[in-house]
Design a protein around this ligand. Structure first.
Ligand SMILES: Nc1ncnc2c1ncn2[C@@H]1O[C@H](COP(=O)(O)OP(=O)(O)O)[C@@H](O)[C@H]1O
Ligand SMILES: [Mg+2]
Length: 388
């Protein structure tokens, strides 16, 4: 919805979609290097929006322009009907929480949280501070100093300190990056709860795909200054449109295939002599060659000639080349006759023993789970190098 009559009447208030954050053709260049390339983005009011991408792809640069800490080289930024592209940071209803939460060490927790209100001349901050500390579940900690709190607690103080200003948009730049994995998972749930409770627009920047998917209503996958794909986490995961998204958001097997052409509501593709079907709405390739993508947990494995519950395509002649037991599942690598190793994640239901390395196996998947990508793209784009 944009400029319909009703909208106009409520534009001064906070109702409806009148306060969406809107980036239009935003570009940021440093000399000859362009960090953000003509970004178009609408973040609906009240949504939890994640900007996901590898280090250096332009996430922080984008946030800094929304916060007013940087000015775009070209393009505009607006909140509802109001353009804020060149407004000073303190003139925008936007607050930011950074990874290094930068609390004032000499102030108490309560004084840290009260800071924004005090600066604006609000005298009686007590009730509001208590409310914010309650919100982040630090009700009893107000008198302590930052160093007496854990990393996760300090991050919650930083959040309370930002939220007390009642911004329309809260920007979070890798806010959980400094926390260890277990704490991070806990804080993800906590952050999501707080966002739902306060109903503000959150723009959360992260390079952690699991973090983006568990928290956000909408995820925008960013790569080298552009947004590759944007949507609900399940939609992105199920139906990626590029090799980068297929690999960066989870893991994918990508098999080279010859595209034979459309057939009703599927596209037929030949992989090493076996013809498979891809639903047309999951086909994102032109031309005669493509990458057939299938997620490792969608691939079924069986002993040679054994039953596989996936009518349609069956690939024979595989040999287990690696087995990792990870408790809930077993992760196999299976070397196929054409030399490629495919990933197979199998739930440990206990129904049958785990296959050992060297075991001959057959693989299969249900056609409706596969997707088809353009052959011109690098099959290893977005594969994480594991140094995270
Ligand atoms: N002030 C600057 N001058 C020159 N290059 C910069 C500056 N700020 C960021 N960059 C470059 O822009 C790119 C994007 O940076 P950044 O937005 O910080 O990435 P991210 O937050 O996704 O890791 C990087 O290549 C970075 O080196
Ligand atoms: Mg960054």
């Amino acid at each position: 919805m944009s400029l319909v009559a009703d909208d106009h009447e409520t534009a001064q208030g906070r109702s409806g979609s009148g306060r969406d954050l809107r980036l239009t053709a935003v570009t940021k260049s440093y000399g000859t290097f362009t960090a953000v390339k003509s970004l178009d983005l609408v973040v609906p009011e009240g949504s939890f929006f994640a900007l996901l991408g590898p280090s250096g792809c332009g996430k922080t640069t984008t946030l800094r322009m929304v916060a007013g800490l940087d000015v775009p080289t070209s393009g505009t930024i607006a909140l509802g009907d109001r353009e804020i592209t060149y407004d000073k940071p303190y003139k925008r209803p936007v607050n930011t929480v950074f990874q290094n939460y930068a609390l004032f060490p000499h102030l108490s927790i309560a004084e840290n949280v009260a800071f924004g209100l005090k600066r604006r001349g609000v005298k009686d901050t007590k009730a509001k501070v208590a409310e914010m500390l309650e919100l982040v579940e630090l009700g009893e900690q107000g008198a302590k100093k930052p160093f007496q709190l854990s990393g996760g607690q300090q991050q919650r103080v930083a959040l309370a300190r930002a939220l007390i200003n009642n911004p329309e948009v809260l920007l979070l730049d890798e806010p959980l990056g400094a926390l260890d994995l277990k704490l991070r998972r806990g804080m993800q749930i906590e952050l999501k709860r707080i966002q739902t409770e306060v109903g503000l627009t959150f723009v959360h920047v992260t390079h952690d795909q699991e973090e983006a998917m568990t928290m956000a209503d909408t995820v925008a996958v960013m790569n080298a200054g552009v947004i590759e794909q944007m949507g609900a986490p399940e939609a992105l995961y199920d139906n990626p449109e590029s090799t980068f998204v297929a690999n960066f958001l989870g893991q994918s097997n990508l098999l080279a295939g010859d595209i034979l052409g459309p057939d009703g509501d599927v596209v037929k593709v030949s992989i090493q002599g076996t013809t498979v079907s891809i639903p047309s709405d999951r086909s994102h390739a032109d031309g005669t060659r493509g990458w057939v993508g299938i997620r490792p947990e969608k691939v079924m494995i069986a002993e040679v000639g054994g039953e596989i519950d996936a009518p349609g395509n069956r690939f024979e002649g595989g040999v287990v080349s690696d087995v990792s037991f990870v408790g809930v599942s077993t992760q196999y690598l299976v070397r196929m006759p054409w030399g490629q190793e495919l990933m197979v994640f199998e739930q440990n239901t206990g129904r049958r023993p785990i296959f050992a390395v060297g075991t001959p196996v057959d693989l299969s998947w249900r056609p409706e789970y596969a997707f088809l990508l353009d052959a011109s793209q690098d099959a290893s784009a977005g594969v994480e190098d594991g140094d995270d």
